[in-house]
Every structure is written in structure tokens, then in C-alpha cells.
Design a protein. Sequence first.
Length: 183
Amino acid sequence: MAVTSQKLKAADALPSRIEEQAFETMFLEHYPRVYGVLFRLVGDRAEAEDLALETFWKLWERAPARADNLAGWLYRVAVRLGYNALRAARRRLHYEESAGRDALTFDEPVDPAQAAERAAERARVRAALGQMPPREAQLLILRHSGLAYKEIAAALGLAPGSVGSLLARAERDFERFYGRGED
């Protein structure tokens, strides 16, 4: 194992795709520690194993430019994946709880006046979204559905760094179109 690591350190750079033998050596050398970090982070063995495998998949697909700190690169990728998994789980729990609360409120008797107000509000929102450019409407719908900026960027084919400013612009347009419906 150390021989391959020394060869990589001597070369000081990894090709875009690692040779299978070198990858297997790196996997065997670093997997237990990467898995351990992820297990302590997420607290679930299966989730930690999935994330560890995803970490090594990222290594296989796109190795770092320099091999002198491969362990650091692996841990950084693993921790980011772990935090993303924790955030996704927290969002999922929030939405499941709110869906459960919503399901409970549907069992209660509905006040016809409140139902009419909600229907009118939904129609106003749909009308405002219908007047907006499609991409802006999609941005607002995806964000309101709970997607993170990175997920929105992937879904719409945008640069992740531009999602915030595009959302701000879409929200301003929505408020303008929504305000017209009050007249």
C-alpha cells in the first residue's frame, strides 16, 4: 500500500482517472477512516457506508489535481457529503411533519368562508406566476417546495452561484404581479 502512495506522492499529481490498482490501494487504505468519520457524523451505519462509497466514487470520477494530501481531500469530500445528508434529512423531516399536520387539519370541519379565501388566494398566486417568465416561476416553485440552491441550479441548469440573485429578482417580480391582483 505504501509503495503506491509513495509513487503517487512522487508524481505529485493524479490523472483525471486513476488506474484501477492505485484506486483499489487508496480505497483499502482510507475507507475505514472515511467510514468512521461519516458514521460519527450521521450516526447511521447504512447511511455512512453509502456516503463513504459516494466519496470514493467522486475520487474515481474526478481525482484531485494533487495527490500530496489525498486523505485530507477524501475527508473534506466525506464531511461535505455528510453535512448535505444531514440537511436533507432535516428538510425531509420538516416536510413530513408539516404534511402530517396538514393531513390532520383536513379532517377538521372546513369553514366555507376560509375555504373560499384559500381558493381565491391560490388563484391569485397562480395568476401572478402565469404572468412571470417561466424560469422565474420555476425558481419560485422549486424554492417554495424546499429545494436547496444547489438542487435548484441542477434542476434548471443554472450556475449555483446565480440562484440567489435570480430568486431575489423572481420574488420582486412576483410581488409586483401579485400586487396587481389586489386591484
